[in-house]
Design a protein around this ligand. Structure first.
Ligand code: TRP
Length: 407
């Protein structure tokens, strides 16, 4: 992304830091899409949880994490250990008071909180809690925070005896001295009972510049022994993230996220190249319910784009063994009450009890669901061979700001 489009996309003034693209505009790391200016571009607002005095990024997110851990069935010792891990991985930003504007306009979340939670549901099991964070967020330049983030990831991996082999193999491709794009490194922790999480790292495929994206990508797959994945991807000109599983996964995945601006719901079925993947009607109906579009409404999803993820586990046929569809639902609803209603319909379709989600939301924020939109940022449907489908809700921290309901 060039400087002009960065400047055009900046949402909040962030003195003393280089501009970074706003959420939405920052989606396509190499091909920005202009975003209409609307109410969500207002100045940061305090969430309704009382004054920010004395609150910090770390304190706020840990206070949200602990009750979410309880919803996911984690015990007190595991929860406390995960809370410490979150704070440590965040680094110095954990101590940053919330009454200061975000130091770096992280594009991890719309209000620039460098943390996002997710609850992933499958039939007959307690939901799994995950936390996505920007390690060492805003610690210096993008290059510096990327390197500090790598150190944080390695320190955590070492503590849990998790190998960073796949990351080590490709590190030089994704952490150049002068990185491009809106982020360098994100880390997701899947918080399992027992105190040892599974880790996922997210990398920017265009870190060496959009013009080198294809080569970066090919080289990374080559080093990871996954060259066949290249042929099995749908057109990946709009590749946005490259992700690697680290740790005790049954089958560690290499994952590619692509974005699909202006997608027609009827076209979603054709996006999956997963072997034995979801049928097109299922994908379309998930998307329609999530976006609030009845079957007879023929319209395109022209706000923040739908994302898809193909996961490769090295199957002999080279085909992906997993496919996930993400809708940035906050752009397609008036308020979170509406989003929750749609989510309950979707969970019900998959035979999943919505109670943990209903109980989790007030643990994240005391605000009424109708008073804003974006608490549930994305809704996702994941298919992975050998597993029942999962419905995942991505929950914003809203540490800095609540997006007002849409008119
Ligand atoms: N905030 C960014 C976005 O909305 C990145 C992101 C965070 C994201 N969590 C996500 C993208 C979950 C897809 C799914 O795109």
């Amino acid at each position: 992304m060039d400087q002009a489009s960065r400047d055009a996309a900046v949402q909040h003034p962030a003195p003393s830091h280089p501009p970074i693209p706003a959420p939405g505009g920052g989606y396509l790391l190499s091909t920005p899409v202009p975003r209409p200016v609307g109410p969500r571009d207002a100045a940061p607002r305090r969430r309704s949880g009382g004054p920010a005095v004395g609150r910090t990024v770390g304190g706020h997110t840990v206070r949200q994490l602990l009750p979410l851990c309880a919803q996911a069935g984690l015990g007190a010792a595991d929860s406390a250990a995960y809370a410490r891990a979150l704070t440590e991985a965040l680094g110095p930003v954990a101590d940053r008071p919330l009454d200061l504007a975000p130091g770096t306009p992280s594009f991890l979340s719309d209000d620039h909180t460098p943390v996002e939670f997710s609850l992933s549901f499958a039939v007959g099991a307690a939901p799994t809690l995950r936390v996505l964070l920007e390690p060492a967020s805003g610690l210096g330049s993008l290059a510096e925070s990327g390197r500090a983030g790598l150190l944080a990831v390695r320190a955590l991996a070492q503590r849990w005896n998790i190998s960073t082999g796949p990351l080590d193999a490709v590190e030089d491709l994704f952490f150049p001295d002068r990185p491009h794009g809106a982020f360098a490194l994100w880390l997701a922790l899947e918080l399992l009972p027992g105190g040892v999480p599974r880790m996922k790292v997210y990398l920017n495929p265009a870190a060496r510049g959009p013009e080198h994206q294809a080569a970066t990508f090919r080289e990374a797959l080559h080093r990871l022994g996954r060259t066949s994945a290249l042929d099995a991807l749908p057109g990946h000109d709009r590749l946005v993230f490259f992700a690697l599983d680290l740790g005790d996964w049954e089958q560690p995945r290499v994952k590619f996220y692509t974005s699909h601006p202006g997608l027609a719901p009827s076209a979603v079925g054709a996006l999956s190249t997963m072997a034995g993947g979801p049928n097109p009607a299922e994908l379309e109906s998930f998307l329609r319910t999530a976006a609030g579009l009845p079957a007879d409404r023929h319209t395109r999803l022209d706000r923040r784009p739908v994302l898809t993820c193909h996961a490769f586990t090295g199957a002999a046929d080279g085909l992906p063994s997993g496919f996930t569809l993400y809708l940035p639902v906050r752009d397609y609803a008036r308020h979170d009450g509406e989003v929750l209603d749609r989510t309950v319909v979707l969970l019900d379709r998959y035979g999943i009890d919505p109670t943990p989600l209903r109980e989790a939301l007030p643990a994240v924020t005391p605000r009424p669901l109708e008073s804003g939109v974006g608490l549930i940022a994305h809704l996702a449907l994941a298919h992975q061979q050998g597993h029942p489908p999962r419905v995942t809700t991505y929950l914003s921290s809203e540490a800095y700001r609540v997006r007002p309901p849409a008119a």
